[in-house]
Design a protein around this ligand. Structure first.
Ligand code: COA
Length: 565
């Protein structure tokens, strides 16, 4: 083991280049070729890899520092025994020296020879084709900002080879045909022109010299055709500086326009590599670097946020079950706005609602209960109830009627077992009460409603509602519900479709009672009709079950004497 100072290698003569990313920290163990830091000129980014494996002893630079060839970057305790000679990092691209000559197409003699002894390769030989910078849409010179492949890489047609950038736009140059990248004749930071040969690709061609020559020139033609086709396909809205370039990859890198293409994002090679390793779609990552460049930390933060969301279930709010997220909108462009923080309850409610909406196949059925008699009875009992300290609204009657209906129609008093093989039939009846509170929607649970009288239910419901509104509910007072009642009766409305509060399988929405004409067989008579909606989980409950449940419930509410039977 020995200590060595890693310095900036030959960076093509660039001076005072800014460090925009440091990818290691003191104490890190690093491998040879692992990215240490990223430098950026005004046009290009380049990675500085570690010359050999070891442990970082000290960082001699920080983000924002300007460095030139020979500047000391860090101190490394080398774990490589033969570490005496090479103590300078080389940029990833520096290994590729431009070739002296580059014939348009040549037969690879070695491969052809090999084909003579290898029967499996008897039908094809390899040919070397030039990779040519395509039509740049009028730009005279553009800078190479990224090398997406290295010599030796096997590429499919359309795999990214290099990324070019003008001062306004970046463009991705893909492989025109599949093959093995033989060499790249350019480095990051180089300027290239249309028609310039920037590399060579080893491709398969038919055997036989005439055939091979034809094949090779056909492939070379394909190179140009692919470029031209890509040029034709480029979007009409491309930047003026580069009006038509391959693969519709042009974007104004400084534009705040929405990113839609992986190649349109502004990110260095190391960030792109990290994104590829983690399977991150860079178009979804917000860049915090200079000119909104996406750094490795941005990618890590994005992944951390996703993991956190997934763990808390909040992911469902934005993109549950793989459903594309609703695009972010800058509302300020439409008028004055103000951002108000969501309460914890609102966030939890949002996550729960999304989860339930996405997971539960909902059906909602509607009915009306004639509560004329119930209301008359309630009015007659009001004074007495008040003497007992009880406010007699329709709610306790609804709770009692729902509890009785659940007992009489037990198909509603179930939950789906998480094993997917069983239903949980409940032999208790706890009713949830959806409650509008200053902090958001809360659902306290009134236990054993089937065993309690109207006064007791009214008293307990009032206490639970008050606790909910004062933020005093204990967790166990919000658990264990079998069925929820959501009453908007005091607010108005003729009907709504409530979302099932899973793992419950049904919920009842109550709207405002109204006097309506009802036919009694002889004449229309005014009756107080209460609109009800029951939403249910169609995996657990069928329409016929709901029909029976509704009939039972409506009968109970229409004649409250039945509640004591
Ligand atoms: N039709 C007509 N009037 C009704 C009614 C109905 N369906 N339900 C209640 N009322 C009347 C009551 O009788 C009372 O009037 P009164 O004092 O003259 O008797 C008045 O409206 C106020 O009732 P309220 O104090 O709100 O009590 P409640 O017991 O009906 O409701 C809650 C309590 C908690 C259900 C209710 O306040 C609440 O928060 N509802 C919101 C539920 C919600 O947000 N759900 C989510 C929807 S997605």
């Amino acid at each position: 083991m020995s200590k060595l100072t890693v310095t900036v290698p030959d960076i093509g003569g660039a001076e005072n280049v800014e460090i925009i990313e440091i990818n290691v920290a003191v104490g890190d163990s690093v491998n040879a070729d692992q990215d240490l830091l990223v430098l950026e000129t005004d046009k290009a980014t380049m990675e500085i890899p570690c010359p050999q494996a070891g442990k970082i002893l000290a960082l001699l630079v920080k983000v924002g520092d300007k460095v030139s060839e020979g500047s000391a970057i860090l101190e490394l305790e080398s774990s490589d025994s033969a570490d005496t000679e090479q103590n300078k990092a080389e940029p990833a691209a520096a290994a590729h020296e431009p070739a002296q000559t580059a014939p348009v197409a040549e037969i690879n003699a070695g491969a052809a020879d090999a084909s003579a002894t290898d029967s499996s390769a008897a039908d094809s030989v390899e040919s070397l084709i030039d990779l040519v910078v395509p039509d740049l849409g009028g730009a005279s010179e553009v800078t190479v900002i990224e090398l997406c492949a290295q010599p030796g890489d096997n590429l499919n047609a359309d795999d990214s080879l290099i990324v070019l950038e003008t001062d306004k736009a970046s463009m991705d140059i893909p492989a025109p045909v599949s093959g093995t990248l033989k060499e790249l004749l350019i480095n990051i930071g180089d300027k290239v022109k249309e028609g310039q040969v920037y590399g060579r690709l080893l491709t398969q061609a038919q055997q036989g010299s005439a055939a091979t020559a034809q094949q090779t020139s056909a492939q070379q033609a394909a190179v140009q055709a692919a470029s031209n086709k890509a040029v034709e396909n480029a979007p009409a809205t491309t930047a003026a500086a580069v009006s038509a370039v391959p693969v519709a990859a042009v974007s104004e890198t400084t534009s705040s326009a929405e990113k839609t293409d992986i190649h349109n994002v502004y990110a260095g090679p190391s960030s792109r590599r990290l994104a590829r390793q983690l399977g991150v779609d860079l178009t979804k990552v917000k860049g915090t670097g200079d000119r909104s460049r996406i750094t490795k930390d941005d990618i890590r933060d994005y992944v951390k946020a996703l993991v956190k969301q997934a763990e808390s279930g909040v992911a469902a709010v934005t993109s549950g079950s793989g459903i594309p997220a609703v695009p972010a909108v800058d509302f300020a462009q439409f008028g004055e706005i103000e951002l108000q923080p969501m309460s914890k309850i609102k966030k939890v409610t949002a996550a729960n609602m999304s989860r339930n909406w996405l997971n539960v196949p909902h059906v909602t059925q509607f009915d009306e209960a004639d509560i004329t008699d119930l209301d008359a009875f309630r009015a007659s009992m009001k004074a007495e109830a008040e003497r007992q300290g009880v406010k007699l609204t329709p709610l306790p009657f609804l709770i009692k009627a729902a509890a009785s209906a659940l007992t009489l129609e037990p198909s509603f008093n179930v939950s789906l077992h998480h094993d997917g093989e069983h239903m949980v039939q409940k032999h208790y009846v706890h009713i949830g009460i959806a409650c509008d509170t200053p902090n958001g929607l809360m659902v306290p649970v009134l236990r054993d409603a089937d065993k309690k009288g109207i006064y007791q239910i009214a008293r307990e419901a009032s206490e639970l509602i008050e606790k909910a509104r004062n933020g005093k509910l204990k967790p166990n007072e919000m658990q264990g519900g079998c069925f929820t009642i959501s009453s908007l009766g005091a607010m108005g409305g003729t009907g709504f479709t409530p979302i099932v509060n899973a793992p419950e399988v049904a919920i009842m929405g109550v709207s405002k009672a109204q006097i309506k004409p009802q036919w009694n067989g002889k004449e229309f008579v005014p009756r107080n009709m209460l609109p009800l909606a029951v939403s249910y989980d169609h995996r657990a409950i069928n329409g016929a079950d709901c029909g029976r449940f509704f009939t039972t419930l409506v009968a109970l509410l229409s004649d409250v004497r039945r509640l004591i039977l």
